[in-house]
Design a protein around this ligand. Structure first.
Ligand SMILES: [Zn+2]
Length: 167
């Protein structure tokens, strides 16, 4: 078993969609970024890559690459699933928190968790997405940006890991 942590922040601006966990959340502002700027999915991706010691999102999907312009971050997550699978890693569970003053996210959280779970081929009840306001404090509290944290457990199967641990 290995643990990973991911953190991401994007700026809230006019004229962009607010995409969180693959859900198009109705709001007057959206997140700025090269991709769809899905801050939650980016935190999840970094937690998975971190747990596997395979670098970070910027190394795998550079933000100066045209291929990733406005891309649906769930597609990036699917790519990360395949990168980990090749090394024999399977995600066990994910816990995550979005820090966002506005809008109210609770109606959308189950769909976000489901999008992540399905993309990573995980069993039911293994992905949790929570949301917190920041009591009006700081950049998240002033709705200047949205932040997200994610923690993941992954398991590596196969001979290599067994030998290293117990051999
Ligand atoms: Zn990001």
């Amino acid at each position: 078993m290995r643990i990973g942590h991911g953190y991401d922040v994007h700026k809230l601006v006019d004229g962009r969609k607010l995409i969180l966990g693959g859900v198009d959340v109705p709001f007057e502002k959206g997140l700025l970024g090269h991709s769809d700027a899905d801050v939650l999915i980016h935190a999840v991706i970094d937690s998975l890559l971190g747990a596997a010691a395979l670098g970070n999102i910027g190394q795998h999907f550079p933000d100066d690459c045209k291929k990733f312009k406005d891309i649906n971050s769930l597609i990036l997550l699917e790519n990360v699933y395949h990168i980990l699978s090749k090394e024999g890693f399977t995600p066990i569970n994910i816990d995550s928190t979005i820090i966002c003053q506005k809008p109210k996210l609770s109606p959308f959280l189950p769909q976000m968790a489901e999008n992540i779970r399905r993309t990573l081929c995980m069993p039911e009840n293994t992905v949790c997405v929570k949301a917190k306001t920041e009591e009006g404090l700081g950049f998240t509290g002033h709705s200047e940006g949205v932040a997200a944290h994610a923690v993941v457990l992954i398991r590596q199967c196969g001979h290599k890991f067994g030998t290293r641990l117990f051999g």
